[in-house]
Write a protein that binds this ligand. Structure first.
Ligand SMILES: [Zn+2]
Length: 406
């Protein structure tokens, strides 16, 4: 790491998180507290115990990584709990200098016979708005010294589900009892995309649609109708792709799902993973794909810690393609994925990549600003442009004060 990029500087600069799952980012203390009211049995009642047993620094495999979601999702059924963790998520981000946050979650998981997707998204928005308002009322923001915090909501369709996951999924499975599974998954996503568009048109900051859940064996193209609906109604599109499956998954995300951004994209350069026999020159295919993503400014939401925890072949950041992505001019932003489950923060992700991928001050600035430029952003583009300009101005001021980039 350049000696001029200190962790103090990384904490101070305005940052974004474009890829953060609400249900993976609770405060541990809050999870313990909410589990009592929700009658959820945790394997330990202490923070240390849960860090040892569930929310670790390193995981053996993906199922172990995903295990903790069983507990977090169980406490996130009540609207007041969703509102609280949403507010706390913004507070935690604001405290470490994050000024643009796009929170994603699957509201279908919290659906019960008495509350639908719309009520759940509204509860999350209420919490996020309260957290943002607390920062935006501060003297630093009012005096123009700091920039306000803006946020957006991304709703996630699920690549696959079972009826026990919520009454939303149980209803769809019952209604489509005899339909092939891929059609059932596609219908559930389309229904969600319709709700997302309605909420956006109602004035909520629903800015994007995503597809989450196990990637291998569940191609994004199956969810084409949902993405087409989102696309037709001007919603941003992002897809978890190239995390467990190769470059073709990313290609499908941009061609079949109109993706403006890619979640992870870790296997972008993994030409050996291409299965399509029609691709004659695999290396060339990967180069063309990377070049297209760069030229079209399709953002890559890179989550280094999370990737190291879930992809056994990645032993260190040196093995991670983030350096290669930056070298190819891709619009890379650094994200946490899950603050609790990955035990990380935006500042930590920046620090790790600065250090292990040897970012220069100019590269760091480009990565940080890419996070704001790549935002789906609720509201007029002219507001977004002004916001990005104010972020760049604050960054430049802090850079000059710290003597970074000289
Ligand atoms: Zn994710």
């Amino acid at each position: 790491m350049s000696s001029r990029i200190s962790d103090e500087f990384l904490r101070a600069i305005p940052k974004s998180d474009l890829h953060v799952h609400l249900d993976g980012s609770l405060r541990l203390k809050t999870l313990i507290e909410l589990s009592r009211g929700a009658k959820v049995k945790l394997p330990s009642r202490s923070e240390e115990g849960l860090r040892k047993l569930v929310f670790k620094d390193a995981y053996k495999n993906l199922p172990e990584y995903l295990h903790g979601f069983m507990y977090t999702c169980a406490v996130l059924r009540e609207p007041e709990n969703l509102e609280r963790v949403s507010r706390e998520l913004v507070e935690d981000n604001a405290a470490e200098g994050v000024r643009y946050l796009e929170v994603r979650f699957a509201p279908q998981l919290s659906v019960t016979p008495s509350q639908g997707v719309r009520e759940i998204v509204r509860a999350v928005d209420k919490g996020l708005a309260a957290g943002a308002a607390a920062h935006n009322r501060s003297r630093a923001v009012r005096s123009g010294e700091d920039v306000p915090l803006r946020y957006g909501i991304i709703v996630c369709g699920m690549r696959r589900f079972k009826k026990g996951m919520s009454s939303y999924f149980a209803d769809i499975l019952r209604l489509m009892e005899n339909a092939p599974k891929d059609e059932v998954y596609a219908a559930a996503s389309l229904e969600l995309a319709r709700a997302a568009v309605e909420l956006k048109e109602e004035g909520l900051p629903v800015v994007g649609f995503d597809l989450a859940g196990e990637e291998a064996g569940y191609p994004p193209a199956d969810h084409h109708a949902a993405y087409q609906h989102a696309h037709n109604h001007f919603l941003g599109k992002t897809v978890h792709a190239g995390e467990a499956y190769g470059p073709e998954s990313i290609w499908q995300a941009i061609t079949q799902c109109h993706a403006n951004r890619i979640g992870h994209g870790t296997f972008l350069f993994a030409h050996e993973m291409i299965r399509d026999g029609r691709v004659a020159d695999r290396r060339r295919y990967v180069e063309s794909l990377a070049n297209y993503l760069a030229a079209q400014r399709i953002g890559i939401e890179v989550c280094v810690t999370s990737n190291l925890q879930t992809i056994p072949s990645l032993k260190s950041i040196a093995d991670h393609p983030v350096r290669r992505m930056i070298d190819r001019g891709l619009s890379v932003s650094l994200c946490t994925d899950n603050r609790l489950v990955s035990n990380t923060t935006v500042t930590r992700e920046l620090s790790l990549v600065c250090k292990h991928a040897s970012l220069t001050p100019q590269e760091l600035k480009r990565v940080v600003i890419a996070g704001f430029k790549g935002a789906f952003f609720a509201g007029p583009f002219s507001d977004k442009r002004r916001f990005v300009q104010s972020v760049a101005a604050r960054y430049a001021r802090l850079e000059a004060e710290a003597g970074v980039g000289l």
